[in-house]
Design a protein around this ligand. Structure first.
Ligand SMILES: [Cu+2]
Length: 117
């Protein structure tokens, strides 16, 4: 009888261990960084992105309401226009310098691409 009780407890411990494994969050998709900017929660992430010249930067709209990427200063003078969920916008930065930008629909929603040689 003790043997069967031991088995039962063993099975319960194993079951608990297995079920806790299933509860571990799956690794999320990396957000931002590299040459990518995410548009989410009324912000650009990362707000400041450092790239070397010649890099193509991609903005991806991962939110739900309309945003845009509009330069404030720097070159090239190109804007995304209205972006909605799932939309992407790409800009290649051919020259070193700062490219400051904003979403004209939401004050305080700003970002910067810092382009180095
Ligand atoms: Cu916006």
């Amino acid at each position: 009888m003790k043997f069967f009780t031991g088995l039962l407890i063993g099975a319960m411990v194993m079951g608990t261990t297995l079920s806790s494994c299933y509860m571990v969050d799956s690794p999320g998709t990396p957000q931002g960084g590299g040459n990518a900017v995410d548009i989410q929660n009324n912000s650009f992430n990362p707000a400041i992105l450092n790239v070397t010249k010649g890099t193509e930067v991609t903005w991806t709209h991962r939110g739900s309401i309309t945003h845009n990427v509009t330069p404030v200063s720097g070159i090239p003078n190109t804007s995304s226009g209205s972006m909605n969920s799932g939309d992407t916008f790409k800009v290649t930065f051919a020259a070193a310098g700062d490219w400051d930008y904003q979403c004209t629909l939401h004050s305080g929603m700003t970002g910067k691409i810092h382009v180095t040689e």
